[in-house]
Design a protein around this ligand. Structure first.
Ligand code: SF4
Length: 351
């Protein structure tokens, strides 16, 4: 909790880089060469203006930085914006696009947040666009500007273009990198699974399985997992148990970032003060009830783990557990499908 307050989730940037597992340049590289300007310490010292909390939370992990910029050039007139930052935004709009300075990152993040866009989906879309442009799948006729890693002006123009539906390319890209690749090619440049962009915190098989199965991906990990070769059955069981815990925490308004603090004993004691008598065991059973309900709803709404494809790009760069193997990942998906057989029926029997 103190770590989240002082440095925020951005602290994971350095940790992932130290494992050569911080994706950069649309996941072509596994380390971010501009990181020294983007460490949690550096952002804190040079840009942090305040820490905010979600309602009722004593931690205040939301770090707000300031972006100061000049009107025009040589005007000596400035204005300032305050923007939140965390691991995911720096990963998606900084590292993945090869931006080298915090000012470039702030400029892009200000544009993306000003339009109300999701930073992860925007970063994945711009990453795909960069490679598609470099490889000649799309040209300046469609983009209206050169697009290249590290070239923030190109990205600023591209965001305007896709929000304004400037060209057919941008109208497709507004639906996401996967939709654009379906129409223009370049599936290998997509860094989404199930049309969801990754948070960039690639801890191992669990992070990609989470996206494939409709679970939330990690946003903060402390400490990072040790390098190991997890046994597939255990991996899937652990992930399901974690997701069941997430379902319980979500239903109680408890934040996922600090789930380790709220173990079942603590939650049971806290609920008792409010007059709810639920033992840790009863809470655990409830968590699986909620999990099955969620899975049933997911299936009814079209999520099918058997049809998930993971871009090969994501298997070619290391995670915190090293390089992942595609056939091992497929084995885990199979195990999940077998373990959750009948979930739809079971899930829909609740509520
Ligand atoms: S609820 Fe979670 S995200 Fe919000 S301030 Fe607390 S730790 Fe951070």
């Amino acid at each position: 909790m103190p770590l989240l307050h002082s440095l925020g989730t951005a602290v994971n940037l350095e940790k992932m880089q130290s494992l050569m597992a911080l994706p950069s340049r649309n996941s072509l590289l596994s380390r971010f060469d501009g990181l020294p300007s983007f460490t949690a310490q550096s952002l804190g010292e040079k840009h942090l203006v305040r820490q905010l909390s979600c309602t009722g939370c004593p931690i205040g992990c939301i770090h707000v930085g300031h972006y100061r910029r000049m009107f025009g050039s040589d005007s000596m007139e400035y204005e300032e914006s305050h923007l939140p930052y965390d691991f995911a935004t720096v990963y998606a709009l900084g590292s993945q696009l090869g931006l080298q300075t915090p000012d470039d990152f702030w400029a892009l993040w200000e544009k993306v947040s000003g339009y109300g866009l999701d930073p992860l989906a925007s970063g994945a879309a711009l990453g795909w666009l960069t490679e598609a442009f470099e490889q000649g799948l799309v040209t300046e006729k469609e983009t209206g500007s050169p697009v290249a890693f590290g070239y923030v002006e190109g990205y600023l123009h591209a965001v305007d273009g896709l929000v304004g539906g400037e060209t057919p390319l941008y109208r497709d890209l507004a639906l996401g990198a996967t939709a654009a690749a379906d129409r223009w090619g370049g599936r290998d440049y997509v860094t989404e699974i199930n049309r969801r962009a990754t948070t960039g915190l690639h801890t191992g098989y669990d992070s990609f399985l989470s996206l494939a199965l409709g679970f939330p991906q990690p946003e903060f990990v402390h400490p990072l997992p040790t390098r190991s070769n997890p046994e597939p059955n255990r991996m899937v069981s652990n992930l399901i148990a974690e997701q069941a815990g997430n379902c319980l925490n979500n239903s109680l308004g408890l934040c996922r970032l600090i789930h380790q603090v709220y173990d079942l004993q603590t939650v049971s004691r806290a609920l008792k003060t409010l007059g709810y008598k639920l033992s840790p065991r009863q809470l655990k059973i409830k968590s699986y009830d909620l999990y099955h309900l969620q899975q049933g709803l997911n299936r009814r709404m079209g999520l099918d783990p058997a049809r998930v494809t993971v871009p090969s790009r994501l298997f070619s760069i290391p995670t915190a557990q090293g390089l992942l193997e595609q056939n091992r990942f497929a084995e885990m998906l199979d195990i999940f499908a077998k373990q959750s057989w009948g979930t739809e029926k079971e899930g829909m029997s609740f509520g």
